[in-house]
Design a protein around this ligand. Structure first.
Ligand SMILES: CC(C)(COP(=O)(O)OP(=O)(O)OC[C@H]1O[C@@H](n2cnc3c(N)ncnc32)[C@H](O)[C@@H]1OP(=O)(O)O)[C@@H](O)C(=O)NCCC(=O)NCCS
Length: 168
């Protein structure tokens, strides 16, 4: 699972932020944002952060966590912030924090998701990614936590029933 001989990239280089305004066409029947719309925004920004790290095309292999902690209504602003937190050989873990921001600028956390993005070479197959240079204590701690998340994620991927029944 070691990284490639490519030159390392700083974790900060992948930081990506996007701001969306919730329009009427983003709502569900209850007048709140449609969850699938948020997932689409999370997937897009996660892919961009990963692409900034590896400098090639990427595809999403997994999204770990989706919990909608706050409702989001029309005309509210959704802020998404993504950064690469861990890399394997061809995979990158991207953390995406999603906030709803009110007119005073106060942000409430809606969701934190970890995405697994895979770098794809020109042949469409997984290709090695640069090592991740973690400079701050937080980046280093996140990298170590990412290693543990990867192990859990892959053991679940090997045994999909474990996520349904609690067996592992
Ligand atoms: C993700 C995908 C490219 C992996 O292909 P593969 O043939 O299994 O490739 P490999 O076995 O070489 O694995 C490549 C990397 O993906 C990781 N990976 C594979 N399946 C994974 C899963 N379910 N969850 C997390 N990571 C996974 C592997 O751990 C490996 O990472 P590493 O190189 O850092 O160790 C392939 O399953 C795929 O194309 N899936 C569809 C993705 C897609 O279309 N997404 C769009 C939305 S549906």
């Amino acid at each position: 699972m070691t990284s490639s001989n490519l030159p390392p990239k700083r974790a900060a280089e992948s930081v990506t932020e996007s701001v969306q305004v919730v329009m009427p066409n983003h709502l569900n029947g209850a007048g709140r944002i449609f969850g699938g719309q948020l997932v689409a925004w999370i997937d897009v920004i996660g892919g961009i952060a990963a692409r900034r790290h590896c400098g090639c095309a990427v595809t999403t292999a997994a999204i770990d966590n989706l919990q909608f902690r706050e409702p989001v209504y029309v005309n509210e602003v959704v802020v998404l912030r993504a950064r690469v937190t861990f890399v394997g050989r061809t995979s990158m873990e991207v953390r995406v924090d999603t906030f709803v921001e009110d007119v005073s600028g106060t942000r409430k956390l809606v969701n934190t998701a970890y995405l697994t993005e895979i770098a794809l070479g020109a042949d469409g197959h997984p290709t090695p990614v640069p090592p991740l240079l973690c400079e701050t204590m937080q980046e280093k701690a996140e990298f170590e936590a990412g290693r543990r998340r990867r192990e859990r994620r892959l053991s679940k991927a090997d045994n999909p029933l474990s996520t349904l029944s609690g067996i592992s």
